[in-house]
Design a protein around this ligand. Structure first.
Ligand code: IVH
Length: 673
């Protein structure tokens, strides 16, 4: 016999833990510390270990996952789970309204509820007497799979309702419908872990959610960061709701996670406006939404309108333009970078993604290509999120014809034909030939950009390199007027301007020259430290690795890379030729070239900026004394936000109260507004 007090204590602990889970996972507003929570949880675990007969499936300790199953049991849904018809643009949305209005002739405009259409998988959750008793996937809409054990592991899914003891009493029976999804940040983290473990990557958050929920071993599901939004009541006994809006409010009061961005409108024009507004917002959300669902609010009107096939007449999904697309991979081109890295770029059959035609996309590296088994001729999936260049996610293996060609990592440089190397422990493949034309173009372009040779870009550099007029940046200073005039696109005036711009670049501050040399690891910030510390190229050239490492922020790799660079005869000759051409090699003792209004500030950049690339923005911030970091933390001073800010950074900044500036704000801060 168990003493009454143990049973009572267990019940009390469960009640408290359910409540604190809800505060934490549903409301994002915990009222006790993690440590206090852990103490409650441990006490419950210990009591249950001592009294296993008291363990019940709805105990919060059981969220860790039960024993694996052989197969999922099939369950017939008491009320079918329907799908939705789609509207792909405003006209189709209006047409939907016209269609149902014809069936409601005597009535005035109905009210509408608009909800985000979360991209996950639909589930039906049954609660009897306030306890979660079973849950199923949508399946084919009539018959789904019993995934109760897996659903129990989802932290925001209430195991008992009402979660808040002050909430409305639970109906004796309620079937709640909602979407199980994986937040974008959690998805990215999961894929990072999968990659590290050499496991298969998930194509998108929806596949990751589906794959995680349909695991036969609930312990695997428990380790996956799944979440839930409730959006509908399927069945309810002992209580009535007259409208969708009322249903959502009831669900929320019972402790279900209901999306924050639901809205109710009496006016259809407001619905249309809200749909447009949503499309802009999708990139800043912590979850993927592929559209919004517009529903007629009144449930009696819903019932009168009924269905066509599997689709209700009373609701429609207004779909956002897809950001994913599939197309054929025609070829893989290899670009050679400044330091000789060979970067694969996908050449694609043109395809529209999110309103933009894409012909090229990133392929991360050759390891990634091999791991994903991407082949030339494959139909590949592409993704273009708000603020990143499109990239290839992976092949659609089912569509293979057998004609596809495996992509071999290059053995020779596509530009100069020299053999390439892959240094131990590195992912990148390098061409080490300093005379490689592609690298020449990249190196000289880098030099002219950093040294601010106005009017000279990659195209001009390429022309000069092709004509054999430029082998390295030092050759710039011996270009003659007639050399330039012989090039396509140059006339007297433009040739003179170019010569003047080259001339002016002789007298740049040391920090610029050191950046322009293109030493691996020496960007603008490090170059600044080096310029201040050594004051001249000659003193830097004489420095040992140990001396270099004494400089604040200098890592051993960079120190080694600097020594290695100056150790090479051809680089020393390059320096001497620059010196002979009159390029300044010392810090003039002049005041810093630009004031440093951003000194001490750390920026994080998200979204697409209206007039400059992110690299340009980064350089601009650093030139003015600021720092740029890749992720938002409490140390971030500003989030620089572009048009379509990325979800994770934006949300983190909002959460931490990090101030945000746009491009115009940044320009104003550096006096260029
Ligand atoms: S209502 C009859 N509301 O969309 C009403 N569905 O194509 C059917 N979905 O299988 C569902 N968010 O997976 C509804 N707020 C929402 C939704 C939503 C996502 C999904 C759900 C369903 C599919 C319908």
């Amino acid at each position: 016999m168990v003493e009454k007090s143990v049973e009572e204590r267990i019940a009390e602990l469960r009640r408290q833990i359910h409540y604190h889970n809800y505060r934490y996972y549903v409301l994002n507003d915990p009222v006790i510390s993690d440590h206090q929570y852990d103490l409650l949880f441990r006490e419950l675990q210990e009591l249950e270990a001592a009294h296993p007969e008291l363990i019940t499936p709805d105990s919060p300790t059981q969220r860790v996952g039960a024993e694996p199953l052989e197969a999922f049991r099939k369950v017939r849904h008491p009320v079918p789970m329907l799908s939705l018809s789609n509207a792909f643009d405003e006209a189709e949305l209006r047409a939907w309204r016209e269609r149902f209005l014809r069936l409601l002739p005597e009535e005035s405009e109905p009210a509408y509820v608009v909800e985000p259409k979360i991209d996950g998988l639909a589930v039906a959750l049954t609660y009897e007497g306030g306890r979660f008793v079973h849950g199923a996937t949508r399946g084919n809409g009539l018959v789904g799979e019993d995934v109760t054990a897996n659903l129990r592991t989802i932290k925001s899914l209430p195991l008992r309702i009402p979660v808040d003891p002050g909430g409305p009493p639970a109906p004796p029976l309620i079937e709640v419908r909602g979407e199980v999804y994986m937040p974008v940040a959690a998805f990215e983290e999961l894929n990072r872990r999968q990659a590290q473990a050499g496991e298969k990557l998930f194509a998108n958050p929806r596949n990751a959610a589906a794959g995680s929920l349909r695991q036969l071993d609930p312990r695997i599901t428990a380790a996956r960061p799944l979440s839930l939004f409730a959006y509908q009541i399927g069945i309810m006994e002992g209580r009535e709701a007259a409208s969708q809006w009322e249903s959502l409010q009831l669900l929320r009061a019972l402790g279900f996670p209901v999306n924050q961005d639901i809205a109710r409108f009496d006016d259809f024009e407001a619905v249309v406006a809200y749909c447009h507004e949503w499309m802009e917002k999708r990139d800043i959300l912590p979850y993927e939404a592929d559209g919004v669902v517009v529903k007629i609010d009144d449930l009696a009107t819903q019932a009168r309108l009924g269905f066509v096939g599997r689709e209700p007449r009373w609701a429609v999904a207004y779909k956002f333009p897809a950001r994913e697309a599939t197309t054929r991979l025609l070829d893989v081109q290899i670009n050679v970078g400044r330091v000789g890295t060979l970067n694969p770029v996908a050449i694609l059959e043109p395809v529209e993604v999110g309103g933009v035609t894409i012909q090229h996309a990133g392929l991360h590296n050759f390891d990634d290509i091999a791991r994903k088994d991407i082949r030339i001729g494959d139909i590949v999936r592409l993704k273009r999120a708000g603020d990143v260049i499109p990239h290839v996610i992976g092949p659609v293996e089912d569509l293979r014809t057998g004609e596809e060609r495996v992509i071999e990592p290059p053995t020779h440089c596509p530009s100069c034909g020299e053999p390439v190397v892959r240094p131990e422990g590195e992912i990148a493949i390098y061409c080490l030939n300093p005379g490689c034309p592609a690298q020449r173009v990249e190196r000289i372009t880098h030099y002219v950009q950093v040294m601010d040779v106005e009017g000279m870009g990659a195209r001009t550099v390429q022309l000069f390199v092709e004509k054999g007029l430029l082998r390295d940046a030092a050759d710039l200073y011996s270009l003659r007027r007639e050399d330039i005039l012989a090039l396509e696109g140059f006339a007297d005036k433009s040739a003179d301007n170019l010569l003047a711009a080259i001339e002016a670049s002789r007298d740049r501050p040391l920090q610029r020259l050191l950046t322009a040399l293109g030493i691996r690891g020496v960007g603008w910030m490090v170059a600044g430290e080096l310029a201040t510390h050594f004051g001249s190229v000659d003193r830097l050239m004489a420095a040992s690795e140990e001396e270099l490492q004494e400089i604040e922020g200098m890592g051993p790799h960079t120190a080694a890379s600097i020594v290695e660079w100056f150790g090479q005869e051809r680089n020393r000759q390059f320096i001497e030729r620059l010196r002979a051409a009159g390029v300044r090699m010392t810090e003039a003792g002049a005041p810093p070239e630009r004031p440093q209004p951003l000194a001490g500030l750390t920026f994080v950049i998200t979204g697409t900026l209206p007039s400059m690339s992110r690299e340009r923005a980064k350089a601009l911030i650093e030139e003015h004394g600021g720092k740029v970091s890749g992720s938002v933390s409490s140390k971030t001073s500003y989030l620089l936000v572009g048009d379509k800010p990325g979800g994770t950074k934006y949300n983190a900044a909002q959460k931490l109260g990090v101030p945000m500036v746009d491009e115009a704000g940044l320009l104003a801060m550096i006096g260029k507004g």
